[in-house]
Design a protein around this ligand. Structure first.
Ligand SMILES: NC(=O)c1ccc[n+]([C@@H]2O[C@H](COP(=O)([O-])OP(=O)(O)OC[C@H]3O[C@@H](n4cnc5c(N)ncnc54)[C@H](OP(=O)(O)O)[C@@H]3O)[C@@H](O)[C@H]2O)c1
Length: 282
């Protein structure tokens, strides 16, 4: 276990986050590779069904051993997942209260990741797609307790609608610092939730920017902007995302794509191009 707490928190949240879902046995090597390529934000979850969080910890440990970086250089984000989102490999006692489940899941995450705190702890989606429920409030209050005890710096929520957020605002004393959502171009790139985030100074993280938007990647407008910027269509999408305040995630397993994705930071789009992409599909 790496017990070193950063003497200073990362000065800011990195402008690209590497996502570790669906990598199974390749998780340690791909996490280490992403760090070698320059990613400093890592997203995972204590949900064995889609993530191998202990494998992320192995990748981090390998990077520390190699002297690539220290814990203080990283933005580490993980999640608490309700029972319905898990398979039988649970990081908590399903018979325990939600508050206890959150504490058990967090303790297990810290052990997996070899750290004493995470930078962001995310509720991995409300328990219902439609409503914010009492269970969500209980989990959220327990997460606030974890944060107040120093085991997380920020709190977040993923897979939320504007309705969830409005109901949450009525039910809870505190809104998240981070929202992480799948970003569909056909829904105006999640325009409603992004608007809520702007209003409440919440960081909006977008995932599936490429996989959910194949029609955009193949659109002639993107092709011509990519040619003009000497970039790829994927780079144009990531650059666009950042321009409208979306902090992008990528889950690439390919070293060349990691490099290209990070290089999208220097792809600059004109305001008219940003506006055209924003209204391309929704
Ligand atoms: N909160 C949630 O419920 C939730 C849900 C889903 C995902 N997430 C998080 O978001 C992360 C990312 O997920 P995602 O859905 O955005 O990505 P993803 O599906 O894991 O991977 C991105 C896809 O885009 C391709 N790609 C990446 N860069 C490319 C490039 N430069 N050119 C061409 N193709 C490229 C990748 O192919 P190659 O591998 O061949 O590059 C891959 O097929 C996940 O790992 C997870 O951490 C969270």
């Amino acid at each position: 276990m790496n017990n070193t707490l950063p003497s200073q928190p990362p000065a800011h949240i990195p402008d690209f986050i590497y996502g570790t879902a669906w990598k199974e046995d390749r998780t340690p090597a791909l996490t280490e590779l992403a760090l070698r390529m320059g990613f400093r934000g890592i997203d995972t979850a204590n949900q064995r069904r889609h993530y191998f969080e202990a494998g992320v910890g192995q990748g981090l440990a390998a990077a520390y051993r190699a002297g690539l970086l220290t814990r203080g250089d990283l933005f580490l984000q993980t999640k608490f997942t309700h029972r319905a989102g898990q398979d039988q490999r649970l990081p908590y006692d399903p018979a325990a209260t939600l508050s206890v489940q959150v504490a058990q899941s967090m303790a297990s995450s810290l052990e997996h990741l070899g750290t004493e705190h995470v930078d962001c702890y995310v509720l991995h989606g409300p328990s219902s797609n439609h409503e914010w429920s009492d269970d969500d409030t209980e989990a959220w209050e327990a997460m606030r307790g974890e944060r107040d005890a120093g085991r997380a710096r920020y709190l977040g929520i993923s897979n939320v609608s504007l309705r969830h957020l409005q109901q949450m605002a009525d039910a809870c004393a505190e809104l998240p610092a981070v929202i992480q959502n799948r970003c569909y171009a056909r829904l105006g790139w999640d325009r409603d939730v992004r608007g809520f985030c702007r209003e409440h100074k919440i960081i909006y993280q977008g995932f599936s920017l490429l996989t959910a938007n194949q029609e955009v990647l193949n659109h002639p407008l993107i092709a011509s902007l990519a040619t003009g910027a000497k970039a790829t269509a994927a780079q144009v999408v990531f650059s666009f995302a950042r321009s409208v305040g979306i902090l992008p995630l990528t889950g690439t397993s390919n070293a060349w794509h990691m490099k290209q994705d990070l290089a999208s930071r220097v792809v600059v789009l004109h305001p008219e191009a940003i506006h055209a992409i924003e209204s391309l599909a929704g």
